[in-house]
Design a protein around this ligand. Structure first.
Ligand code: SF4
Length: 285
């Protein structure tokens, strides 16, 4: 048994994910045996998506014009051209895009409409960024992971708008903003689109990771905010493991006896998965 277990207060589902999942459950209960779909995985947690699929939710990435039934737009949002396809079809739409992701989409649109060249700091392959990017004029947007991925000389024009994928580390966004501020010739408009819930999770998880022998970060392997938290923890504690379920801890064959163990979780990890892991760790040899 571990000597001590420290569980992060901020671990687990954020309001955006909670709202998306509870709404999907309600819609599935009301529409039993009817056609209910989600556009892309509703959230990035395979265990939760699996349960919803068993209750009848199917995951799709396009719809036909005469498609019937109900479609739920995932928490990460979708590109505006795909939203238009949904509106043009016969399907009824339930939009579960998180309000903070909506703020990012609106910010990109506002900047682009006002002739700013838009820089999104984040992962260009992430669905949230693909969706947000669609709100800018085609040739007037660039996605960079961090300031190292940015060559300022290739940016056309002097009006620069900067936003961030909601779940990245704060400093990655502000480093890019500062890089432009150092150059005199730019007019910069930086809009902070970061998610506070994720920021709290990152800060708290790092503090816990510093003080423990082993750190577990629970969340989907496809969850970018969970990966980000695990990366932050790994920087201060190399014994950091990103896991989806307690089973993986067993498979790692770790000796937790007399160790100080830390547990945190990403924004799409449900409370029952966290509890299962805590129970497993406490009764692990
Ligand atoms: S992590 Fe933040 S931005 Fe993402 S769904 Fe949750 S509340 Fe919204």
């Amino acid at each position: 048994m571990p000597r001590k277990l420290i569980v992060s207060d901020s671990a687990g589902v954020c309001f955006g994910v909670e709202k998306a999942v509870t709404t999907a459950e309600e819609v599935l209960n009301e529409n039993q045996n009817k056609n209910v779909k989600s556009f892309g995985p509703l959230i990035h947690n395979p265990q939760v998506v699996d349960i919803l699929q068993k209750k009848g939710l199917s995951v799709v990435d396009k719809v036909k014009k005469n498609e019937k039934g109900t479609i739920i737009i995932r928490a990460h949002g979708i590109p505006n051209y795909q939203e238009k396809d949904l509106q043009d079809s016969e399907i009824s739409i339930i939009d579960m895009t998180c309000p903070i992701v909506k703020k990012l989409q609106f910010a990109v649109k506002y900047l682009s409409d006002n002739e700013y060249f838009v820089i999104i700091v984040g992962n260009e392959k992430h669905p949230e960024v693909i969706g947000a990017r669609s709100y800018a004029k085609k040739e007037r947007v660039l996605v960079v992971n961090d300031k190292n991925g940015l060559d300022i000389k290739v940016i056309p024009g002097q009006k620069i708008g900067i936003v961030a994928q909601t779940t990245i580390q704060k400093n990655l966004f502000w480093d890019v903003v500062d890089m432009f501020k150092e150059e005199q010739e730019y007019t910069i408009k930086a809009i902070d689109t970061l998610c506070d819930d994720i920021n709290n999770k990152q800060i708290e998880s790092k503090e816990i990771a510093k003080d423990v022998d082993i750190m577990f970060v629970i969340g989907g392997k496809n969850s970018s905010n969970t990966k980000e938290i695990a990366d932050i923890c790994r920087k201060v504690n190399k014994n950091t493991y990103q896991i989806e379920t307690f089973k993986e801890i067993k498979e790692l064959g770790m000796d937790l006896e007399d160790k100080v163990v830390g547990i945190t979780a990403g924004a799409s990890t449900p409370p029952w998965l966290i509890k299962q892991t805590i129970d497993g760790v406490l009764h692990h040899g």
